[in-house]
Design a binder for this molecule. Structure first.
Ligand SMILES: [Zn+2]
Length: 309
């Protein structure tokens, strides 16, 4: 073995030792995300049926989510607001669901997803289905499912930072060409957020259950909250979560925009490349536990290794 090789071997040893230290430390402090439990949360929401505002599924969905979060969080409340939506123009009572963990901690992370489902499958290949509500296995239930499993872990293992999980209502009743008709729950939340409740940053997850999951860096997130994007992608890379791609993605109007508009750096983890988007075929068989696992593990590491941004 020549000197160069010895140095190489030494460096390799250091590297391996470093890795095992890191994983041992992570193993001791970072709880394990249970993707089967998360997938069961996805299926359970879909068993309730479509959760579009005004429907029976919407009422049942709200009660189910509130009751489930009440088992885990220090406090849970609903935040009612009037949802305006068209075809024909009407107003329905809608509800953001807000779960707080360690409410006494000043430094807080916001995790959010929308729980409502689209009232119309207007992207369905069959025009006969365009007025049928979607089931929203991916578009609605997937993000919520991951956050319910994160909530379960936050209950069992105290995090080093306060966490607020907010499930937005009224995200998906918008019409094209009318920006304000989308993300109405997030708009209301941002408008009424008390200064003392502002998180240091936020992560929105939406449509992350696709069995063929690809998450690129959403353009608005990168423009307004780059350090959060970079931190999340670094964790994903360290954990080998290959669904997270380094490429710049398109810019998307979603629940993170009203938060960005009030100066909260909130990023959107989303995979819009989903053939069943806003169709009646957005069902659990198009989703996978391993996709939920990748996003869930990244979020859990983000929370439990938190040392500031
Ligand atoms: Zn949608």
């Amino acid at each position: 073995m020549d000197k160069k090789n010895i140095i190489r071997s030494f460096l390799l040893l250091m590297f391996v030792a470093g890795l095992s230290c890191a994983s041992a430390r992570a193993g001791a402090e970072v709880p394990e995300f249970d993707s089967q439990k998360a997938f069961a949360f996805l299926v359970r929401q879909c068993e309730i049926g479509p959760r579009n505002p005004g429907s029976e599924g919407h009422r049942k969905g709200r009660d189910y989510l509130q009751a489930t979060l009440a088992q885990y969080a220090d406090s849970v409340r609903t935040q009612p607001f009037p949802l305006r939506f068209g075809r024909p123009e009407q107003t329905e009572e809608a509800y953001n669901i807000i779960a707080r963990f360690q409410p006494g901690k000043k430094e807080r992370i916001l995790l959010c997803a929308h729980w409502d489902t689209r009232p119309w499958a207007d992207e369905d290949p069959d025009p006969k289905n365009h007025d049928t509500p979607v089931l929203g296995a991916n578009d609605g239930a997937s993000g919520v499912a991951v956050l319910l499993e994160v909530a379960r872990l936050l209950h069992k293992h105290k995090a080093p930072v306060g966490v607020d999980i907010v499930l937005f209502d009224g995200e998906d009743a918008g019409t094209s060409g009318s920006m304000n008709s989308w993300a109405q729950g997030s708009q209301y939340f941002a408008r009424t957020l008390a200064p003392q409740d502002r998180p240091i940053f936020g992560v929105l997850i939406d449509m992350i259950g696709d069995a063929d999951l690809v998450i690129t860096k959403e353009a608005n997130s990168l423009a307004a909250a780059r350090p959060v994007v970079e931190k999340v992608w670094k964790i994903a890379q360290d954990l080998g979560c290959t669904a997270f791609k380094p490429e710049l993605g398109s810019s998307i109007m979603d629940d993170h925009i009203p938060l960005l508009q009030i100066g909260i750096p909130c990023i959107d983890l989303i995979d819009l490349d989903y053939p069943y988007w806003h169709t009646i075929s957005d069902t659990p068989d198009k989703c996978s536990a391993s996709s939920l696992d990748q996003v869930g593990r990244v979020l859990v590491h983000l929370i439990y290794t938190h040392e500031g941004i």
